[in-house]
Ligand binder design. Sequence first.
Ligand SMILES: [Zn+2]
Length: 247
Amino acid sequence: MKVIYSHSFYPVYTSDPAAKAGRIEAVMNALPAGAELIEAEPATEAQIALAHTMEHIEFVRAEGLYDIAALAAGGAIQAARLGLKAPTFGAIRPPGHHASDDSCWGFCYFNNMAVALLALKHEGLIETATILDFDLHYGDGNVNILEHRSWVTICNPTSHTRDKYLKEVKTFIQAHPADIIGISAGFDHHVRDWGGLLLTEDYHAMGRMVINSARKHNGGCFAILEGGYNHNEIGKNAAALMEGLSP
Ligand SMILES: [Zn+2]
């Protein structure tokens, strides 16, 4: 499993929980054996502008967060590009699924998933994409930027029991094969995180569902980090997903 990361993701860049010290370290310290690290490279402004207005890009720049947000978006592009060949995980932050084209909230600045999929589409590398967003919170930014594009399908599961949640994900994934499946991987729905629902093994199970569909339809898959705030749990949950995604 290739893992995109950067030491630049380690320092605290704002006071919000997604930037809290130790968060990326918790993921990096729990990587499955054989993980291959790849240094993140920033997205270009032109790539970011595929998903965002210039006004929003200037807003992020004025906040002093352009460089770290562009690095996360670039890491997402790398994860998606490599994901066309083999499952890849982006251990990136700030997260992105609450960033819309012209606004953002919820610890997000640039929409990493949207930038990644739009960049691949722009390069002619994909025709269709499916997004599984299993973060506790509804990924309004993914939806706002991508929902009206007929080549993208998005699932934000809503079931309130584990069994139903996993069935909902399985049904969706099986019904929406695509050239690439991108996972907005927030781990805040874990039983010992804010959402209090999913077990570590459920992230493994969802990873299997995604890789099975990708292999069946000759597509790619990748995951990028969104939420997840219990540093004692996020590492093993991310590792469970990576192991589930492994061919
Ligand atoms: Zn969340």
